[in-house]
Design a protein. Sequence first.
Length: 142
Amino acid sequence: MPRPRLSLPATFHFSCIIPVRITDVNYGGHVGNDSILSVIHEARMQFLHHYGYTEMDFAGTGMIMTDVSIEFKNELFYGDSLQCAVAISEMTKVGFAIYYKLERAVPGQPVIAALARTGMVCYDYGRKKITAVPETIKARFT
């Protein structure tokens, strides 16, 4: 079975450093796949906060994750730091993709640990309905 391959966007909108916590390490002695999902959630929250948004107030609407794809590249261990790059891409009427590039921060030569993509839709939590991507979001990230 062929492995899925993610094609990253050319430009990332944001970057942050996230340290690997001891609670991220599994019985194999390295970061578990479930923890990588937690890291991308944290990177998304820092990205949103950087621009003054939250998942519940994304320029006037909420957002909800519809799918996720993760490509694991290299092991991570307790004490590693991750340089997490985040980009919005593939804008549609009601949704978009968020791409993540997680690199182990090694001076002079970062090592890609994982690539990820989350599918997101805009969602009105009060009405319990999918809603359009706000024009301000389209203008800012297109």
